[in-house]
Design a protein around this ligand. Structure first.
Ligand SMILES: Nc1ncnc2c1ncn2[C@@H]1O[C@H](COP(=O)(O)OP(=O)(O)OP(=O)(O)O)[C@@H](O)[C@H]1O
Length: 330
């Protein structure tokens, strides 16, 4: 549906986008994530032809958005940050106006109702709340039945119920075959809606993949915490787990037992029922570790397996990195 290749865009001395390449596949919801100022909005503005790249190429539905804007306009819907409408234009009038630009528009009133805007249709733009303006901008992006919709900060400023309603609407739109590029700061939104994610950091693609892939790339480990109901020498636990190749570390945390040094030999202690065993390993560690313990007649209780969240991955992949990110082709 769209391809951005080695996009670069500067504003004076500010490098907004350094080197971004990404593909948008037909029918998917592609999430674009990244810290403030990472270059997300500039990337989607170049994608939709609102800005001209300094370098790189952009193809959208097989066309060049910088040159073929007129042909693309009926096929692409945009909800961009900080779009404004004339103050006196009523919400319903705006929807009718936008619908009139298209040959086969969606039912604007139904769209407004789905977005909880039915009672605001007679309200002039300046009288709409921030959340209503936001919902109107989503409706305007979708009223032309676009093949591809670019939604920048879809649910920023919406209350929790309105966010959920908007997510339902977007899932319905996707089910109708619309491809969506979604810029978002919300990890729950990205996990709920997006098939794939592109993480942009300092103008470059830092990582890409499904939400699960991104978590695995950033935090390739799982931590399993458990207790044993009866006192057992730690050596017995270690022997039980010795052949589980997925286990990378074993530690014990408890009131009377010091935690072992990561990766180093642990003191030979007895693990009591109030101690917690912390088994670290690859993402597939849980089942083999529990099976190995059971085979050694160790039946753990209070088992908690935790994988990292998308938010953990976001932080790991963006905020604390010292070196330049390596560009990733998507
Ligand atoms: N019109 C502009 N003029 C000058 N600098 C700009 C302009 N638009 C963006 N920038 C700068 O370019 C960089 C990238 O901005 P951009 O809005 O693309 O990032 P973003 O990832 O969308 O950020 P946010 O999450 O905060 O919306 C930032 O340093 C920003 O200050």
């Amino acid at each position: 549906m769209a391809r951005v290749s080695h996009l670069r865009k500067t504003y004076g001395s500010t490098v907004a986008v350094d080197d971004v390449s990404l593909d948008v596949h037909r029918g998917e919801i592609l999430g674009v994530l990244g810290p403030n100022g990472a270059g997300k909005t500039t990337t989607v503005e170049c994608l939709t032809g609102l800005r001209q790249p300094d370098q790189g190429t952009v193809r959208l539905l097989g066309l060049d958005p910088a040159r073929d804007g007129r042909r693309l306009r009926p096929r692409v819907g945009c909800q961009l940050q900080e779009s404004e409408l004339p103050a006196k234009l009523r919400a319903g009038e705006a929807l009718d106006l936008y619908a009139s630009f298209y040959d086969d528009p969606a039912d604007g009133r139904a769209l407004a109702a789905d977005l909880g805007l039915a009672t605001a249709l007679d309200t002039p733009y300046h009288g709409l709340s921030g959340g209503q303006k936001q919902r109107l901008s989503i409706a305007l992006a979708l009223v032309g039945r676009p093949e591809l919709a670019v939604l920048d900060e879809l649910t920023t400023g919406l209350d929790p119920q309105a966010r959920r309603d908007t997510w339902d609407l977007i899932e319905g739109v996707r089910a109708d075959g619309v491809t969506i590029v979604l810029v978002t700061h919300f990890m729950d939104e990205a996990e709920r809606l997006c098939d794939r994610l592109v993480l942009i950091d300092r103008g470059r693609v830092a990582a890409a993949g499904t939400p699960t892939d991104l978590v695995a790339q950033a935090l390739g480990e799982q931590v399993l915490r458990l207790r044993l109901p009866d006192p057992v020498p730690l050596a017995t636990v270690r022997a039980a787990l010795r052949d589980v190749t997925e286990v990378t570390d074993l530690a014990v945390e408890g009131p009377g037992t010091p935690a072992g040094p990561a990766g180093g030999p642990l003191p030979d202690v007895v693990v009591g029922p109030s101690d917690e065993l912390v088994v670290t390993g690859s993402r597939a560690v849980t089942a083999p570790a529990l099976l190995a313990l059971a085979a050694a007649d160790l039946e753990p209780v209070d088992v908690v397996a935790r994988r990292g969240t998308l938010e953990d991955a976001f932080v790991a992949l963006t905020s604390s990195r010292e070196t330049e990110p390596t560009p990733v082709e998507v």
